[in-house]
Design a protein around this ligand. Structure first.
Ligand SMILES: *Cc1c(COP(=O)(O)O)cnc(C)c1O
Length: 431
């Protein structure tokens, strides 16, 4: 290994704490030097096909000329300015453009600094809404098992209580209510019985529940599970019947990943509060946004503290807003529709051979998401280097080997990505 590279890895080992990792990390990370389109270039000269879009975010690929230009233009004006008492064009126009894309009647936007923070804000909005409506006792949430909503304390409290982090933080987290993950998977025949658990919880606890929190149609990091959109339609009706707000976490699903602009559109419903992040900036900078209805805003204003009690230092960062606007412009041009449906077909075909492996429980594909669920957890120390050796960047977790590539991935690269996943999964049955 090149001495400079060895030195860098040694410093990383000494000083850098990686996500969900021991310190120092159990395995050395790969060093990425640059990236272009759907390819990562490693410091040792190798190139990997990117199957992760950097955790759902880089939908238009790395170093997109229009996104690069937007951020450079904004940099020549200002990188940042505080948002209290100040506004700026990138934020105002981005808010309007988000509202235009989002389902009606979402009409107001609060900018947050990441997905997790967007979820914190969404939940605070719901609590404050009921304070304003004179019902402060509505301060619990109901969430779906198998969900994932972020890593901060409030977001953690609505993640799956078993495979999330509840077990470890039970003493610290607020105690919310959970219903089983939607029983009818995507593509299976609908059964009204699937609503019974939610209806029962709402009937019993509705008077103390502020909101139902869910990821529409696709549960991401909590298990990569796709469910029947009828669940969403029925959940929307139940929320209305029991005076409970609906918070849709579209942080992973937003901006086309599931084949619709927002996953809520599969059910033709609109939430009261919707959180977006991840692909919002095309994966260039961290930015989240919470969209809400005018009714939610009026409720928040009407009582309790009387204004939304949140305001991050880097709220509506102009560089992030500018690049988000450029990303939304590409989204509006609509090329993603064809790209995602082509990805869906190729993923379905490419990952199908996994179905015949004895240690594969299920292969499922929706939009630009392909999932191979194994019968037991993967052995990361073996499978991660094997994937890199096969020329692809895929980051499995638990029993899941899954991909959600940038929309711009070429057909050739996508075929290669699937072949690599099939070969590596076949060669490395979990212990
Ligand atoms: C990633 C994710 C979050 C958290 O976003 P961060 O930017 O990592 O804080 C929340 N909800 C969902 C559905 C996500 O996929």
């Amino acid at each position: 290994m090149d001495p400079a590279l060895r030195h860098l890895l040694e410093l990383d080992r000494q000083h850098v704490w990686h996500p969900y990792a021991t310190m120092p990390a159990a395995m050395p990370p790969v060093v990425v030097e640059s990236a272009q389109g759907a390819r990562l270039r490693l410091a040792d000269g190798r190139e990997l096909i990117d199957g992760m879009a950097s955790w759902w975010a880089v939908i238009h690929g790395y170093r997109h000329p229009e996104l690069d230009a937007a951020i450079t233009r904004q940099l020549s004006r200002m990188a940042h300015v505080m948002f209290g008492g100040i506004t700026h064009e990138p934020a105002v126009l981005l808010a309007r453009e988000l509202v235009e894309l989002a389902p009606e009647p979402l009409s107001v936007v609060f900018f947050a600094d990441s997905g997790s923070v967007a979820m914190e804000v969404a939940m605070k909005m719901a609590f404050q809404y009921w304070m304003g409506r004179g019902r402060p006792e509505k301060c619990r949430l109901v969430a779906l098992r198998g969900g994932y909503h972020g890593d901060t304390l409030g977001a953690m409290s609505v993640c799956d209580p078993e495979n999330g982090m509840h077990a470890h933080f039970a003493r610290i987290l607020p105690q919310h209510l959970f219903v089983p993950r939607p029983a009818v998977p995507w593509g299976a025949p609908w059964d009204d019985q699937a609503m019974a658990a939610l209806e029962e919880v709402l009937a019993r606890h509705g008077s103390e529940i502020a909101a139902l929190v869910l990821e529409p149609v696709v549960q991401g990091a909590g298990g990569m599970y796709f469910y029947h959109p009828q669940f969403l339609r029925a959940a929307r009706r139940l929320c209305d019947a029991f005076d409970v707000l609906l918070i849709a976490d579209e942080i992973a699903t937003g901006f086309g990943r599931t084949g619709r602009m927002f996953a809520c559109e599969h059910a033709g419903i609109s939430p009261d509060i919707m959180a977006v992040g991840k692909a919002l900036t095309g994966g260039y900078l961290t930015l989240g946004a919470v969209l809400a209805t005018a009714a939610v805003a009026q409720g928040v204003n009407a009582g309790g503290p009387g204004c939304l009690m949140h305001g991050p230092t880097f709220m509506a960062n102009p560089l992030a807003c500018a690049v988000a606007r450029a990303s939304l412009e590409l989204v509006r041009q609509g090329g993603w529709r064809q790209a995602v449906s082509r990805m869906e077909a190729l993923l379905r075909e490419g990952l199908a051979p996994c179905q015949d492996l004895p240690h594969v429980a299920e292969v499922r594909v929706l939009g630009g998401i392909g999932v191979v669920e194994l019968t037991a957890p993967v052995h990361m120390a073996v499978i991660q280097p094997a994937l890199v050796h096969a020329g692809v960047w895929v980051r499995p977790f638990g029993r899941l080997v899954y991909v959600m590539p940038p929309y711009v991935i070429s057909e050739e690269d996508l075929v290669h990505l699937c072949q690599a996943v099939v070969a590596v999964v076949a060669a490395h049955p979990p212990a």
